[in-house]
Ligand binder design. Sequence first.
Ligand SMILES: *[C@@H]1O[C@H](CO)[C@@H](O)[C@H](O)[C@H]1NC(C)=O
Ligand SMILES: *[C@@H]1O[C@H](CO)[C@@H](O)[C@H](O)[C@H]1NC(C)=O
Ligand SMILES: *[C@@H]1O[C@H](CO)[C@@H](O)[C@H](O)[C@H]1NC(C)=O
Ligand SMILES: *[C@@H]1O[C@H](CO)[C@@H](O)[C@H](O)[C@H]1NC(C)=O
Ligand SMILES: *[C@@H]1O[C@H](CO)[C@@H](O)[C@H](O)[C@H]1NC(C)=O
Ligand SMILES: *[C@@H]1O[C@H](CO)[C@@H](O)[C@H](O)[C@H]1NC(C)=O
Ligand SMILES: *[C@@H]1O[C@H](CO)[C@@H](O)[C@H](O)[C@H]1NC(C)=O
Ligand SMILES: *[C@@H]1O[C@H](CO)[C@@H](O)[C@H](O)[C@H]1NC(C)=O
Length: 641
Amino acid sequence: MHLLRSVLVSLLTASALALPGAEKQSSVKHRRAAGYALKEPPLTTPWTDKVGTNPWPEYPRPQLQRSQWQNLNGVWQYQNASGLDAVQSPPFGQDLGQEVLIPSCLESGLSGIQGNYTLYSWFSTSFEVPSDWDGQNVLLNFGAVDYEATVFVNGQKAGFHRGGYFKFSVDVTRFVKQGQKNELLVFVHDPTDSGDYVIPIGKQTLEPSHIFYTPCSGIWQTVWIEPVPMNHISRLDLDGNKDGQVNITVHTAANVSTSVQVVVHDGDHVVATHRGPTNRPFQFKVVSPKLWSPNSPNLYKVTVILGQDRVQSYTGFRTIERGTVNGVVRPLLNDEFIFLFATLDQGYWPDGIYTPPTKEAMVYDLQLLKKLGFNTVRKHIKVEPELFYQTCDELGLLVIQDMPALRPSQSRTLANGTSVPILPDPAQQVEFGRQLEVLVNQLKSFPSIAAWVIYNEGWGQITTYYPEIELTARVKQLDPTRLVDSTTGWYDHGAGDFSDNHHYANPQCGTPFYSINSSPYDDTRIGFQGEFGGLGNNVSIEHLWNNQNAINSINQTYEIDITVEAWNYRSHLLLSELKDQVTRFSCSGGVWTQTTDVEGEVNGLMTYDRRLQRVDEEQWKADIQGLYDAAAARSNATVSL
Ligand SMILES: *[C@@H]1O[C@H](CO)[C@@H](O)[C@H](O)[C@H]1NC(C)=O
Ligand SMILES: *[C@@H]1O[C@H](CO)[C@@H](O)[C@H](O)[C@H]1NC(C)=O
Ligand SMILES: *[C@@H]1O[C@H](CO)[C@@H](O)[C@H](O)[C@H]1NC(C)=O
Ligand SMILES: *[C@@H]1O[C@H](CO)[C@@H](O)[C@H](O)[C@H]1NC(C)=O
Ligand SMILES: *[C@@H]1O[C@H](CO)[C@@H](O)[C@H](O)[C@H]1NC(C)=O
Ligand SMILES: *[C@@H]1O[C@H](CO)[C@@H](O)[C@H](O)[C@H]1NC(C)=O
Ligand SMILES: *[C@@H]1O[C@H](CO)[C@@H](O)[C@H](O)[C@H]1NC(C)=O
Ligand SMILES: *[C@@H]1O[C@H](CO)[C@@H](O)[C@H](O)[C@H]1NC(C)=O
């Protein structure tokens, strides 16, 4: 945990760790047009007023850090656009009329817009390229834009990107000019669940109701520029395993094979140096590394050098597999059965929707989970900024990462009155598969990720064939080092590593009976309770998402306990029932719904504003430890893989 912080500090202060010519972030004065003001959201958090007009100042790419960069976050201009055709006539050099905070969701109070049905929009800002970047290429980086972005620099189209959850870079070298303001204009189209669109959206919907929430449109993660040599490192695939093997692929902008140097540090101490080729995997060993696990989240700094390009990264040494312990199929971390105990973590904020108000706010949620004894977090049909995964690596929280679902649980009515589920057409399915690959490729170097989830409760899952079978094979090929939970809840046809049940409120984990919605427990795979809990407890209006539709939907909660004491008592019973299933049956983990309340759901460990905590900490710590003890009592036998 301290290790990585020191990397970042040394990077930003240009001290230690051999970053030649390292400089602090170039200072940039954002035009602070008078118009921006926070719009009072239906509920605030303790961080709402701390955001200001320079949000997310942190270096955004922890696993591929360069010494020089410039953050473009801040107040930009915004204008609603008339439709898709608007992209043909960009408003170059014009005042766009409104001001918006970047990064943010246009629907959030923090954006200053708090819009609704913001399907088409223009964003603009200007930036100068620092004079000491002369002679280098300039990359313009976006952390995430929901859903499609067309990027113009100084009146010319510079790039296009599709997919609301992923980072992308545009090489703008030939469009920018030194010593002058460069105009950046971005057209965004975010259909969410309008019309016939079937795209990855997770829990976003234009018509929020109970478990489906306000959507996010626009530039919702950090925007920044950096200088790079013409041939530079464009991506690192990095894996460290329990035997000390480092497996690395150094992708470069020019797809030619040259050689790179990789140095692994334990603190200030070099533990391995190796030279290898670019653009294909190579391996080398670190002798007797301190392994990574939730109890000992050891991380090692990694420096990669390609000519003049020098980047800082990190890895952890651990192996996640499926094996048999004492006759039961289990998830193994470093050869030992690990009982995975997680919350369902939606990553929604009343002030920022998809964008946590600050990094501190984002870390606050994870620290509560860690304090209570959770060793895992299920990132539910959303993708977070990379700093979230770095925090999980540092704190020691495994991540079960869901692919954002396609248009969940919606149907359309045919002319003859039949209601049919809305599912992707063949082209939409191809795009879903492509974005699933992007998800895996972008996140697979974070050591804390334990498993990928492809489908949740059948949402967007084609029923005329079993699409998860081919997608599971594809994910395994891209990332052979993780488990795959192909279908969490339903519809299960035997794919992947988990036999995963969802049931509310009580668990039905790894048991040979039960399974009302999910498939019967399959003892050839890991028995898992992908969701349970969901106990509700209503709160006073000052802690609720103050939207009448949301308040009216609170009564759809599976169970509402009248007092916090009753809620904790019921939680204790459900956790005890799960423990009993660990002891008697083949339960290898569970996911408690959920970290926080969200909009009309009042079933969090905390309220949506994070101001009230429902959990009785001592009771929960004891109950969670009881789960690990029950699991450990069943794992005293030889492991067979
Ligand atoms: C944006 O403009 C379109 C077309 O002029 C209009 O239909 C739509 O309501 C506007 N949306 C917003 C959020 O202002
Ligand atoms: C946005 O508009 C839609 C349609 O008018 C409505 O159903 C929805 O509740 C609105 N959302 C908000 C947050 O006002
Ligand atoms: C190294 O990683 C690549 C994927 O990036 C994988 O295909 C390959 O099998 C791995 N090699 C070893 C020896 O682990
Ligand atoms: C790089 O080149 C190799 C061999 O020429 C090719 O197989 C590979 O697809 C290329 N990769 C990219 C990202 O263009
Ligand atoms: C309604 O139309 C659909 C599509 O043509 C068809 O599959 C379905 O059987 C029809 N249902 C009834 C009740 O006629
Ligand atoms: C929850 O509390 C709010 C505000 O106190 C109230 O308006 C609402 O009716 C309550 N809902 C339920 C189901 O108790
Ligand atoms: C929940 O409350 C709403 C209005 O507040 C009402 O229309 C609906 O029927 C209630 N639903 C249930 C399941 O009680
Ligand atoms: C597992 O076996 C070891 C050695 O026999 C013993 O010390 C330990 O208490 C056992 N653990 C549990 C949880 O039963």
